[in-house]
Write a protein that binds this ligand. Structure first.
Ligand SMILES: [Zn+2]
Length: 75
């Protein structure tokens, strides 16, 4: 199973829809954030990080692990 599922958008791949439980645990262990726009990982993200800038796509949509619990985004 893919660690990140994307919503199907009008232009193909859209935003992140959900992440796997394995990836969630990895985020907690490693303090990773995930960009909701492109799915890239970012280091040095606290669990409650919101709207951090993404080095990959320049959107400010990187979220910490807690975001995925609160918004029920774990598959
Ligand atoms: Zn991004």
């Amino acid at each position: 199973m893919a660690d990140i599922k994307f919503k199907a958008g009008p232009l193909g791949d859209g935003e992140v829809e959900s992440i796997s439980l394995d990836l969630y645990h990895e985020m907690e262990r490693e303090n990773l954030g995930i960009c909701l726009a492109c799915g890239s990982e970012r280091e040095m993200c606290e669990p409650d990080a919101e709207n951090y800038p993404c080095e990959c796509c320049d959107e400010r949509q990187v979220a910490g692990s807690l975001h995925f619990i609160i918004t029920d985004m774990i598959h």
